[in-house]
Ligand binder design. Sequence first.
Ligand code: ADP
Ligand code: ZN
Length: 211
Amino acid sequence: MKIIMLGAPGAGKGTQAKMIAHKYGIPHISTGDIFRTNIKEGTKLGKEAKEYMDQGRLVPDELTVKILLDRVEKEDCKNGYVLDGFPRTIPQAEVLTDALGKVGDKIDYAINVEVPDKNIISRMSGRRACLGCGSTYHLEYNPTKKEGICDSCGSETVLRDDDKAETVKKRLLVYHEQTHPLMIIIRSSLFYTRSTVLWICKMYFRQLPIY
Ligand code: ADP
Ligand code: ZN
C-alpha cells in the first residue's frame, strides 16, 4: 500500500504517518527527516538543504526528487510506504506519478491533514524535536517524560530553528503557494488513476478509518 500524506507544516502529519506505517508494517519516509539526517552527518546534500530549510523555503525539486526516488527503490519499500512531506510541489507529484506509472504502479491513498493556520502557529511554538533521533514532542499535548530529554533515545529536545514563529509563517506561505494547489489536482484525479481513493481527514487521527 502506497500512501501520501498532505497537510501544512505542523499539521501533525508526521505523527499520523508514523502510526499508519506501524499499523501496516511499511516504512515511514519523511523527506524532512532525510534532510535533517544529512545535515547532522554534514553531507553535501545536508549543507545544501540546510540553507533552504533555515529560511523556511523548500529544498529545490531536483535534489528532493532524487533522494526520494532512491529511497523508495530500497528493498523495504516493496510492500509500500507512507510518504510524509513528499510530494510538496506539482513537479514532485508528476515525477512520482511518472516513476510509479512506468512500473504499472500508483499511489493508493492521499490523506490530507487539515488544520487552520492559527492553530498551527500556536502549536509549532510548543513543538520540541530530539537532536539525537528526530522524535517530536509537544510541551503541552505530547510532553517528554523527563523535561527536555527524549523518551526514545535520551538526547536533548529543542525548538527547531525552522519551528520559530517567523519561519513558521514563511513556511505556511510557501505551503499555500506551492503545496496546497496539489490538493486540487489530486481531487480532480489529473495525476492519479480513477481507482485512487482520496481520504480527506480532519485534524484528529481518531477519524481515520483504520482506528
Ligand atoms: P513539516 O512537515 O513540519 O514542514 P518537514 O520535516 O516535512 O516539516 O520539512 C522540513 C523542511 O524540509 C521543509 O520546510 C523544507 O525546507 C524541507 N523539505 C521537506 N520535504 C520537502 C520536499 N518534498 N520538497 C522540498 N523541501 C522539502
Ligand atoms: Zn531521541
